[in-house]
Design a protein around this ligand. Sequence first.
Ligand SMILES: Cc1ncc(COP(=O)(O)O)c(C=O)c1O
Length: 369
Amino acid sequence: MNVGKFLPPTRTLLGPGPSGVAPSVLEAMSQPLVGHLDPSFISMMDEIKAMLRAVMLTENQMTFPVSGTGSAGMEFCFVNLIEPGDEVIVGINGVFGTRMADVAERCGAKVTRVEAEWGRIIEPAQIAAALGKVKPKFVAIVHAETSTGALTPIEEISKIVHGADALLLLDAVTSLGGCPVRVDDWQVDAIYSGTQKCLSCPPGLSPVSLSERAMDAIRGRTQGVQSWYLDVNLLANYWGEGARVYHHTAPISMNYALHEALRLVLEEGLENRWARHEANHNLLRAGLAEMGLGIASQEGHQLWQLNAVSIPEGTDEAAVRAALLNDHGIEVGPGLGPLAGKVWRIGLMGHSSSKENVNRVLAALKELL
Ligand SMILES: Cc1ncc(COP(=O)(O)O)c(C=O)c1O
């Protein structure tokens, strides 16, 4: 078979992820391979863990990137914490809460669903009410719901959850690197993220972190972890402290990329990075308002990194998205579930969150509408 080399088009990635990547991250991926137990690779792994702790604002020892995308990090948290028959509470206000409940049930948990309308947050009072009825091992919340653009505040929920002697599990796939995520201050016990959103690294790794409370719960299991690949006890032999033992062949180049992406996050500084995301969101919002367009998610809880833009009545939403892609080289996302056909999802994540990109997408929308 004679197949030509694949040459991707140049796109400006302003959808729900992946986001644009800095040239130095792509360069890092093209560095020569070393073995996954090479001393140089192992010291790079240590730097990745230290940088992840700095980005997640945690001292948790068990902090490392799971090999796999954000959904692998989700499965990692659930499969390690759940034993069949455990009660868990899952907040559902979009696609990813729905996915968490599905994963929890596949792990054998009895799931209590706490639901909010798509676009709205999970309210602390809803969690308190559910905790009045069941005594779960943990409560799982999606911090930044990428399918709707809503940011659920965590601090108050965390106090309620710990007051009921449960653990708190957080999906920070879209939040990490784009807005505050304070693992230790908020007492988050299990957290997973993804590389391809506000960390601006290609998809392929899922940073995770487990608190000592979560590790105690895992040590107290009566049955082994069902998944071999995602069992933290086995992974700790490769990603933990001390002598490193083969578990699986780490995706070498992906880890080079994450190392560089995290280095860039810390070079910029977390506060500066959050401020940049906020400023570009405000710029987009103001430009959209001038065009008579609004953001559909709950006022006061709108994500800076993912904007669910209401589609004007009578607009062919797919045609506009296609024209943005084909004529302007800009990718934005469609609405999902109940928001399909109602919103465009404009991501301003990580490297993609710039004034230039905001002005480009506004100008293109102005022309097309
Ligand atoms: C909030 C959230 N959770 C989980 C995921 C799943 O991550 P992945 O698609 O990398 O498996 C995503 C992906 O968009 C997400 O936005």
